[in-house]
Design a protein around this ligand. Sequence first.
Ligand code: DGL
Length: 263
Amino acid sequence: MKIGVFDSGLGGLTVVRAMTEVIKGAQIFYVADTKNAPYGEKTPEQILQYSLNITKYLINTHEIDALILACNTATSSAIKELREMYPSLIIIGTEPGIKPAIEQTTTGKIGVLATPATLQGDKYKQLTQALSMQKSVDIYEQACPGLVEQIEKGEIDSEETQALLEKWLLPMRENNVDTIVLGCTHYPLVSQHIENIMNCNVSLIHTGNAISRHLLSLGTQKGHFNEGDLQVHIHTTGTIQIQIIDSIIKKYENIHFIEIENN
Ligand code: DGL
């Protein structure tokens, strides 16, 4: 199976890391669109166009059988159109894990950290509306502008990043939030800091494992055997922090710089 995966940058590698624990006998072609990052502060139209261009590249150059949108923001703006355009391709998106958070919380108070574009999107609003009918919980939504840039700059442990996280998280701590949804695939890269600020009294929800199991199930239905080596090829459209890649993924074949045409 050839699997295309994309995100605006390093974040989607947290999904690839989960995939490497489940998927065997496949090739992963990862695109980090760092030239256009962050997606979360772009318009839905721009994000859709980036997503279409990358998907065309992955289909034309790598002949992928499956596409993973390892980005909540791109899923919100583009998955519907991509599914309409490529009905025979396996397409899996990433959505904030509100459902598992609602199931797990004991205080009935959950936090959601996501990009501005994800929180403003119709998909997120429909998801929270449908789920809040099942159980009454208080949801503390927090857009995190600037956090993706900090991570992409390699500033995971900087004072500025710490100050941003404290500003967003201390109100959640005071309000007894016990479960936080990481609604952007970059945010698991600062999960240690989030846990520290919340005094470790928090469950963090991210959906990389669920996406990987779903991919395995759909791939198996289409004849994938899940045996043998897994290869990961990383492509980037701009600069990227290699030491962060190395801290996320144990083994990858290469890093290629690519230009993605607007077509
Ligand atoms: N990692 C992405 C997400 O899950 C995109 C973040 C961004 O570029 O703003 O939303």
